[in-house]
Design a protein around this ligand. Structure first.
Ligand SMILES: Cc1ncc(CO)c(N)n1
Length: 217
């Protein structure tokens, strides 16, 4: 079995819980409270900037030229999406840019940046994979399930259910499988662990938006 298939099997339980989350079901039927979407977009804007930095670090540390190119493109893509959030969602949903970055977005961003900087690069590639793969699967699920034609969050849904994102996700999975093939069993296990941790953080990211989770002081 490929590394990616085995890794996905381990997070199957997390993924099915994600699909049941109120944030996701409400995004699907368009009933998500505005305040929660605003909170989410603000957190995601900070997240994407840091995700882009982590991807650029991985590009710099990658062993082969093909991966340098792939991760450089990913880094660019993350910043382009971040800019798009600013251009459209921030304006359309009246989001206050000066709002604080909450603890979950902060933690996820720092997990990715420290993993990208300090862990073996293959482990770092595994750590960023759920960001692609889970969003793709969730985007497709929402797109298929939705019945509402006037969903205020349609643009968000289209970003991740679209063909363009799908191509990137395939590349990210392929890169992980390629590098995993030359890793020892122990190194592959560390890759699995990073993938699992990031998947938990994906769950927590949406959960924190439902709860509007902020710092205590
Ligand atoms: C938290 C999070 N994970 C993944 C993505 C998709 O890249 C995103 N926009 N935000």
């Amino acid at each position: 079995m490929s590394w990616s298939k085995a890794s996905w099997q381990r997070i199957e339980g997390i993924y099915s819980e994600i699909l049941k989350m109120p944030f996701i079901t409400q995004l699907t039927d368009g009933t998500l409270p505005l305040e929660q979407f605003q909170f989410y977009v603000l957190q995601d804007s900070s997240y994407l900037e840091n995700f882009g930095r982590a991807l650029a670090l991985i590009a710099a540390r990658a062993h082969d030229v093909e991966d340098i190119l792939t991760f450089t493109r990913f880094a660019e893509g993350a910043i382009v999406v971040e800019n798009a959030l600013h251009e459209s969602f921030f304006k359309e949903f009246h989001i206050d840019k000066s709002g604080p970055v909450g603890p979950t977005s902060h933690h996820y961003a720092h997990f990715l940046k420290s993993t990208a900087a300090l862990e073996q690069v293959e482990v770092a590639m595994a750590a960023v994979l759920p960001c692609f793969w889970i969003y793709k699967k969730v985007g497709d699920e929402i797109y298929e399930k939705q019945k509402e034609h006037n969903n205020p969050y349609q643009k968000w849904i289209d970003t991740y259910a679209g063909e363009e994102f799908s191509v990137l996700v395939e590349q990210a999975i392929a890169a992980c499988d390629r590098v995993a093939a030359s890793c020892t069993a122990q190194q592959q296990e560390r890759m699995h662990h990073a993938f699992y941790t990031a998947s938990q953080l994906e769950f927590m990211f949406w959960d924190s938006a439902s709860a509007l989770h902020s710092w205590p002081f």
